[in-house]
Design a protein around this ligand. Sequence first.
Ligand SMILES: Cc1cc2nc3c(=O)[nH]c(=O)nc-3n(C[C@H](O)[C@H](O)[C@H](O)COP(=O)(O)OP(=O)(O)OC[C@H]3O[C@@H](n4cnc5c(N)ncnc54)[C@H](O)[C@@H]3O)c2cc1C
Length: 439
Amino acid sequence: MAFTTRRSALAALVGSVCTRAQAPAHPDVAIIGAGSAGLNAARRLHELGRSTVVLEARDRIGGRAFTETATFGIPFDRGCAWLHKADDNPYAQLAREWGFTLFEHNNHLDGLWLGGRRATDAERSRQTEEEAKLDAVMTKRGKQGKDRSGESWLKRRGLVEDAVATFHGPMSSAVDLDELSTTAYLDIGTDVEPNLLIKEGYGALVARYGRDVPVQLNTPVRAVRYSGQDVALDTPNGTVRARACIVTSSTGVLAAEKIRFDPILPDWKRDAIAGIPMGLLAKIPLQFQSSGLFGLNDFDDLLRKQRGKRDIYFLSFPFHLPLMVGFVGGDFAWELSAAGEAEAIDYALTHLRHMFGAEAGKHFSKGSFTQWAGDPWALGAYATPTPGNGHQREALRRTVAGRVYFAGEACAPRWTQTCGGAALSGRETAEAIHKALGA
Ligand SMILES: Cc1cc2nc3c(=O)[nH]c(=O)nc-3n(C[C@H](O)[C@H](O)[C@H](O)COP(=O)(O)OP(=O)(O)OC[C@H]3O[C@@H](n4cnc5c(N)ncnc54)[C@H](O)[C@@H]3O)c2cc1C
């Protein structure tokens, strides 16, 4: 979807106000999922004069955009936190309009630890050079259509190169570099700045955007039957019939066959789902008695690299809140998720002790761990094509039988993997359905 100006972007996103109305008995479009993609699809369809029903498995809207205050008594984003591409991303305009507290935070690493020590200035310079080299070669190979793993382009010589691999692989793309395809790298785009952090939470912003959209909560769709003229969606609360549907479930949910399609989805669609599996990024937020500890500034970001793939990234004291948020990604994140919350908290704290001494433990009060790996309605953080499967994104987006549409971060026309990309995907899909349904 082309957002021509900031003003038009804002108008497009908030153009019509939906009200919580009685769901129509036979809507034009049934939407599976009330995450960023589903909410944007619903609002766009309303703007276009189409009736919709949104069916959501959870007891809340927002999906992987989720801010909660229950754990620490302050807002914490369990899912998306950085609002990427703030100059174009329409959520940025809404955040400003609605008075959210914003801070520009681009990830350039304020501190790098290599094993037990801080990197030297020479190592930091080499890190920057290696990053530029990796970016150049990934971009070039991607544009040449050489859809190979990132690992094949990075000449690893030591911890500095390993740190670059960690930053571009698990921390950015939620997969290790050897599972990141060059085509996926191009799709995601390294140029996601400016990035904004939101004090009240990105999830809170998405929830505000969707608060007037009529949604049937606690309504998991178990089956999509589409052999007739229309579609029929089976839920524990009954069957919804519509002229078309939009499936916004993650590729993890689709691959786990939590929705039964009748007839079974064609091979090309199932290959696309299998070719773009979920990666994992997990957060380990640690609450301290105060902010401003360990000589760190608010918003400092740190990476601790050690041998192997068990690296950790920290965002320090965002908005002067007493939180250090640890991040692990890729294979290690799956491993730690299987080990559980206590292990994860202990892991993150141990790193802080190694970096800042015993003081780190003294001031600690409470930790948590995001469990998107086991979340039945996500089954991972976001999707990344495996090397050789970059071309499958087009098939993932393609409609089945002219009435089963697919949208979401994995289908995004731009900014794949992100909340803003999911919004674009929802809106574009809504426009495509509107056109296809005709008068
Ligand atoms: C830890 C983490 C960190 C992230 N960091 C960032 C970041 O900093 N910036 C950024 O832009 N993005 C980030 N993301 C990614 C971002 O959160 C997602 O790309 C985006 O929210 C996905 O939106 P979506 O609508 O495609 O999917 P979802 O948000 O998953 O929405 C799909 C909805 O469908 C529902 N659903 C699924 N199956 C069914 C069914 N059968 N019946 C009914 N309902 C169903 C789900 O419950 C869900 O609510 C992060 C994600 C994670 C997990």
